[in-house]
Ligand binder design. Structure first.
Ligand SMILES: *[C@@H]1O[C@H](CO)[C@@H](O)[C@H](O)[C@H]1NC(C)=O
Ligand SMILES: *[C@@H]1O[C@H](CO)[C@@H](O)[C@H](O)[C@H]1NC(C)=O
Length: 365
């Protein structure tokens, strides 16, 4: 069990030949030497662009050892500054969620040999373009699994137990505790929790929920996960239909792809229990938000807890915000100090490995 929730240090050690290993060091040193012939002794062999001014220091320090750094300083990062500074770089640490597409790759030039994002999901990357140019791309899954899983459990309880509505009752002077059945919510104990997508994050959520004495985990994925993990998590693979009809809590933990976009629409909500709670910590576009609004408004489902919406930022006048039975957070799943710093470290290692032609710690393809 433990080794699936790898710690950062384990992940780095686990990477083939280890970043600190002699193979890479000697390669780097020879690159440094060959660079020194033409340039000055202090010249660093690679130029790397940091696309966001707030990339944690942990990542900057690592890159700074052997790379000349160019940094986007505007905040929010300006496309024009990015396109200007990207010219001629060897590597890119893509700190934000802006479109990484042909425009950017063209602006960089053909010498570009390594890119890493600082996110798990890479739906803002034109992956075909990156692949076509054979540029290694890294991302940072796994390190954020625990932080996102913690948040998902929080959302599940907050939505199931009506935290938002309760707060509003206080503010509006409607604390009606003379009722015996006031503000009743859904139990986690003995519930069936269904996961749409069941990778590292989904499994980390299931692991936490096992401490809440749930009855069963169901999951819908393309491929069945390994038997041992299924047994540990009391998890069973089912078709999407069965997931919807049997789950008390439905957790969306799948990447956004053409196949998952808009899958949670009116048809899906109509198959769910009317006591069901929907949680989305993946991507907003997997849910048809108009249909979700209708399903919550009509109490067709009980409640929803969302860390992701469409668009982001959600406009302050969004009709979703008028509902009592929804908890909405501004996409803060991985937003803990330690996790953000770990993401920068992994991203920097990815970039460095790509630069010297080694396999990245967490390649995106
Ligand atoms: C919901 O999506 C499914 C495909 O995932 C589709 O077959 C169905 O027609 C959609 N329903 C509505 C109401 O859009
Ligand atoms: C955030 O993390 C960094 C790196 O781990 C650490 O040096 C710093 O003290 C932390 N800051 C806070 C506010 O926790």
């Amino acid at each position: 069990m433990l080794n699936r929730f790898i710690s950062l240090s384990a992940l780095i050690v686990k990477g083939s030949c280890g970043f600190q290993g002699p193979g890479l060091l000697s390669k780097r040193q020879s690159l440094l030497k060959s660079g020194a012939k033409n340039k000055t002794m202090s010249a660093k062999p690679f130029k790397v662009l940091i696309t966001h001014p707030e990339v944690p220091q942990s990542g900057i320090d690592l890159l700074n050892e052997n790379c000349e750094l160019v940094r986007v300083e505007s905040l929010p990062p300006k496309r024009s500054e990015l396109l200007q500074k990207i010219r001629g770089v060897d590597g890119i640490l893509w700190g934000g969620h802006e479109a990484l597409n042909a425009e950017v790759l063209d602006a960089a030039g053909p010498q570009l040999k390594s890119i890493s994002t600082m996110s798990a999901g890479i739906d803002y990357v034109d992956l075909d373009e990156v692949k076509r140019r054979k540029i290694p791309l890294g991302h940072t899954p796994t390190v954020l699994d625990n932080a996102v899983a913690d948040l998902a459990v929080g959302l599940l309880i907050a939505a199931g137990r009506r935290f938002h509505e309760g707060r509003k009752k206080i503010e509006t002077g409607n604390w009606e505790n003379y009722h015996l059945n006031w503000m009743l919510g859904q139990d986690v104990r003995d519930s069936v929790v269904g996961f749409y997508g069941f990778g590292g994050i989904g499994q980390a959520i299931a692991k936490r929920l096992s401490g809440f004495d749930i009855d069963q985990v169901l999951y819908t994925t393309r491929r069945r996960i390994d038997r041992e993990t299924e047994k540990e998590l009391n998890a069973k693979k089912v078709e999407f239909n069965e997931l919807l009809t049997k789950s008390d809590f439905v957790v969306i933990a799948a990447p956004l792809t053409a196949a998952t976009q808009g899958v949670f629409n009116a048809t899906a909500f109509n198959k769910m229990k009317n006591t069901a709670v929907l949680i989305n910590i993946a991507r907003g576009k997997i849910v048809n938000q108009n249909d979700l609004y209708d399903a919550l408004r009509s109490n067709r489902i009980f409640a929803a807890g969302l860390d992701v919406v469409d668009p982001e930022p959600l406009p302050p006048n969004s009709k979703l915000l008028t509902l009592d039975n929804i908890i909405i957070l501004p996409h803060i799943g991985s937003a803990t100090n330690r996790t953000r710093s770990d993401m920068a470290t992994i991203a920097a290692h990815n970039v460095l490995r790509g630069l010297v032609g080694e396999r990245m710690l967490s390649p995106a393809y």
